[in-house]
Every structure is written in C-alpha cells, then in structure tokens.
Design a protein around this ligand. Structure first.
Ligand SMILES: *Cc1c(COP(=O)(O)O)cnc(C)c1O
Length: 412
C-alpha cells in the first residue's frame, strides 16, 4: 500500500526571469554601461526607464529606484526628516529590515499591536502615537494584508503623523482602487527574489512630494546628475538643497533595471495566478476544526505570494508537533511563535536593540500564526495537495493530543 501523500516541490523556487528580461540584461552586459549615470549620447538608462514606467503603473508623480527594499525604507525616513533620537511608529508584526531601517537612521522603533486580521491595531496606534510623540509611521503591509487604509489615513491625519508605506508584499495590490503605496507620503517596494518582481535585490520609492523626492534622489547618490532622471522632480526642486543632503550611496544599476522592466508588465497576470493558488489553499483549509483562516476585506485587492492561517489557543508543543508532521510530508510551515528567530522569521521581541516592550495581543496572535510561501512554480494541484496534508495533520495532532518538544528548523 502507498504511504500518505508527500509534497516534493520547493517553497523557495521562484520562476525564471522572463526571456525578454534575460535579453535586455545581456544587452546591458554587452554595452557595459551598468552604472545608471553611464549613458551614451542621447541614451536613456534602463534605470531611468524603470522609474518612469513604475511611476506610471501606480500613478505617482515621482519614482526612484534604489539598491534594496530596506534601503528604500531608510531613504524615505531620512527624506521626510526623521533624525537620530526620533521615535518612529511601526508594526510589531513585520520583517526585521523594517525596524532595522529605523535603527539605521538612529531613530527608535515604537511597536504597535497586530490584530487577528494581521494588520496594525488602529486603537493601539493612537495610544502609542500619543504616548511616544512620534510624528512618523512606517506602516508595514506585512504578508500583503492591508488595514482599513481610509481609517488609518484619517487617524494619522488627526494625529499629525506622516505615513511611509512598506509595500514589500503589496506591489500590485490596492485598497478601494488606490494602489498600495499611494496613500502615504512615500511608498516603498522591494524587488528581492521572494517578492512580486525579482532582480535578486532592489527597491523603489514613489511620492508626489517634490521636496521629499528631491532629497531621496540626492540621498541615493545622484551626485549632480539628477537631471538624467525621468521620474524625478524638476531640477529647481534640487537647487536649494543639493549641497545640504548627504550622498548615502544606494543606487539601482542598469542590469537589474533591465531584468525588472518586463516583469512590471507581468504584474497583473501574476496577481491573477497567485489569486488562483490562494483561493485553492483557502478552499482546501476551510472548515478545518482548530484552524482559522484570515478573511480578506472586500475593499482589498491583494497579491497572494504567501498564505497565513491561525491556530488559536494551541499549546506550543502541539504547534511543534504539527510543524514536524507537515515537514515530514514535505510541507514547510513557518511559525511566528518560535522562541528563537529562524532564518527569515523573527518577531519583535527578538529585536533587542529596539528595547521592545511586551505586546500581549501580538504575542497571542503570533503564538498561533502559520505562514508559507506560494511561489508561482506551484500549480493549483500542488496547492490542493499541500492543503490536504495540512488539514489531515491538523486533525491528527488534535485527535492524538500529541505534543513535541522541538520543532523542525525550516531553512528559508
Ligand atoms: C523583504 C522585506 C523588506 C525589505 O526588503 P529587502 O529588499 O529585502 O531589503 C521590507 N519589509 C518587508 C515586510 C519585507 O518582507
């Protein structure tokens, strides 16, 4: 007899770079002008074109491409005037480079609780804004979950808090028709391999504010060549500040821009394909005793590059038993409740440099939060099998009352 079914795919295998991107990259390698300001007479750099195209895609006046998503966040903080010693509000549930970008400018992350919808807790945001006096919120749309953006912007408007959006997981998403990254003063995106377009590393900033974007362009290391941008503010916006803004070098290069441009045109199609995988997973896990799905609001159009579910009130040993059982069948679940940070997965209390204070609501949510990637190399049949495995093991662990002491370590 056959044993239980086992999944043999890789949760970390992305699709190849599209041929068009490979050809554009080879052309850049052949001409050798990889630096964005190294252009032949009359030539427009791939990087400048990428910025122009992305600005058009999200309807922003200005766009700047930089070296990474984390760099974009730090650059945005500096550009809106955050200085050493300032407090900056941010989500307790996010990825390490978010508080890291706040620390990089010498500021202090002030963490805000997460809800069971996996979005920022607006009531707690208000409390922490008043308590800390912070004037800036670094809002992280962690794992692609958008909070009520209308309510958030109204609240921040009342509090006098400037919003920077971390859209590492929401490129291509929107709230009531407004693209993610277009509510706040600045929107920041990542093009790292596991995000929605892939150049290995890379970041984008968008804004309609000419002063903020002129500062961001200068910060990124534009020397006095900002006139070669196509999605930057007019040169007059630079004149008064160009000697006062330091060069914190972090530019994008033409090779990565060339790889990215054709992928921007594929974003809509990728969102549709991710949606099919997500709905397949959701259907496969719905009505599993002991497991709660995260319901998505109607106003939200999301890009489902990952999937989360909750195991409310599960004891730690039982969660570990489930992780071990799923891993034995090829299903790599990541757990945000582990005592120690593992690979990419860590949570606020692991960021000791920020001296985090305990957040009971967040602790309760993260203790039962399961997470997995949904790479586009998975087929709907793959996802249906993964859902069958998780469902069976969730039920089996509860029936057996089994507990485990150690969880398997998922590498990445
Ligand atoms: C990946 C990521 C970032 C940072 O992006 P990098 O390009 O890796 O620097 C920021 N926020 C979140 C939520 C991320 O997942």
């Amino acid at each position: 007899m056959d044993g239980p079914e086992r999944f043999n795919g890789s949760f970390t295998q992305q699709e190849p770079i599209p041929e068009e991107g490979i050809e554009a990259a080879v052309a850049v390698l052949r001409h050798g002008r990889l630096h964005r300001y190294n252009t032949a007479p009359g030539e427009v750099a791939e990087t400048a074109l990428l910025e122009e195209e992305f600005a058009g895609l999200v309807g922003a006046k200005y766009c700047l491409a930089v070296a990474s998503g984390g760099y974009a966040l730090g650059c945005a903080l500096r550009a809106v005037g955050v200085a050493a010693g300032d407090a900056v509000l941010t989500n307790a549930f996010t990825l390490a480079p978010v508080p890291g970008s706040i620390a990089a400018v010498g500021a202090w992350p002030v963490f805000v609780e997460v809800t069971e919808e996996l979005t920022i807790d607006l009531a707690h945001l208000e409390v922490m804004a008043r308590e800390s006096g912070a004037r800036v919120l670094m809002l992280s749309h962690m794992r692609g979950h958008l909070c009520d953006m209308d309510a958030l912007m109204a609240l921040c408007g009342r509090l006098g808090v400037t919003v920077i959006e971390d859209c590492a997981h929401t490129m291509g998403a929107s709230w009531r028709g407004v693209p993610s990254g277009r509510h706040g003063l600045v929107g920041c995106y990542s093009m790292q391999t596991y995000k929605h377009v892939n150049s290995g590393e890379g970041g984008l900033l968008v804004s309609d504010d000419p002063q903020v974007m002129a500062r961001a362009v200068l910060l990124s290391g534009s020397y006095m060549l900002y006139g070669r941008h196509r999605a930057a503010p007019p040169v007059e916006a630079f004149e008064a500040i160009r000697l006062d803004v330091p060069n914190v070098s972090g530019r994008m290069d033409n090779l990565r821009a060339a790889i990215l441009r054709p992928q921007l045109r594929m974003l809509d199609e990728r969102r549709e394909r991710w949606g099919v995988l997500y709905r397949t997973m959701e259907a496969g896990l719905r009505d599993t005793a002991g497991l709660r799905l995260v319901e998505r609001p109607e106003e939200e159009v999301y890009v489902a590059s990952s999937f989360q579910f909750l195991l409310p009130d599960w004891a730690e040993g039982r969660v570990r038993a489930l992780l071990a059982r799923c891993a034995a069948r090829g299903v790599e679940l990541k757990w945000f409740g582990a005592a120690e940070p593992v690979a990419f997965t860590s949570r606020y209390e692991h960021w000791a440099y920020a001296r985090p204070v305990p957040l009971p609501k967040t602790d309760k949510v993260l203790a039962g939060l399961m997470d997995m990637r949904l790479p586009l190399t998975f087929s709907p049949a793959d996802v249906a099998m993964i859902a069958r495995i998780i469902r069976a093991e969730v039920l089996a662990v509860q029936q057996s009352g089994e507990e485990a002491v150690v969880a398997p370590v998922v590498g990445d």
